[in-house]
Ligand binder design. Structure first.
Ligand code: IMP
Length: 194
């Protein structure tokens, strides 16, 4: 089965390909230069995932399109960076910029609570219509300092419940068993018949 992922984030594409397995042929928007930029104007993960899935499905109506909107919610920061996770430190922020800003914001607080969660909403669309929306989360803590080289985004900052390593210190197979994306995709798998 062919899946078009509504993302240019190659790390996400890698995780989806690993999670879905070899019976799915996953492509993304990296080589789709004629598609307009999609403005993520929603105020929730759900809205933004739907905006991305529908925008791509309208121009590629024959394809099965999947969009993921995801991010990190830190309780001591009132749920930030949340839907602003990708651009927490600014529009052109790198993953490292965002992680550094996260630790700077926590350092401003007196003994902040370190509880946090990754959330992921996945929307699947076909022919300009939403077929299904699912969500998943992974709860844990923000580490004392960033650790690890694997993964992407805030992985060096996040320690999942029951673990001592950050997501960036875990092998991909382990992160892919417990991540917010894995949990959302598990719910979608039945729908896809995989
Ligand atoms: P989106 O592409 O608008 O959904 O933004 C997602 C952002 O959330 C990414 O750029 C990362 O900063 C963060 N994020 C989402 N999922 C993960 C993950 O699995 N690990 C680390 N960071 C993530």
């Amino acid at each position: 089965m062919k899946i078009l992922l509504a993302t240019r984030n190659r790390h996400k594409t890698r995780e989806f390909a690993d999670l879905l397995g070899p019976q799915f042929q996953v492509t993304d928007l990296s080589n789709e230069h004629d598609l307009p930029e999609i403005a993520e104007t929603g105020s929730t993960f759900e809205e933004n995932a739907a905006i991305k899935a529908l925008a791509v499905s309208r121009v590629r109506p024959k394809e099965l399109v999947i969009a993921d909107d995801s991010g990190l919610e830190v309780d001591a920061l009132g749920g930030a960076p949340g839907i602003c996770s990708a651009r927490f430190a600014g529009d052109r922020a790198t993953d490292r910029d965002n992680v550094e800003k996260l630790f700077r914001e926590l350092e401003k607080l007196h003994r902040p609570r370190r509880s946090a969660r990754f959330r992921c909403v996945i929307v699947i669309a076909h022919n300009g219509k939403i077929l299904k929306a699912v969500s998943g989360e992974s709860r844990g803590l923000i580490a004392d300092s960033p650790r690890g080289e694997n993964g992407f985004g805030y992985d060096p900052a996040f320690v999942a419940a029951g673990f001592t390593e950050t997501f960036a210190e875990l092998p991909a197979e382990v992160k892919n068993r417990i991540s917010h994306r894995a949990r959302a995709l598990e719910k979608l798998r039945e729908f896809l018949g995989g």
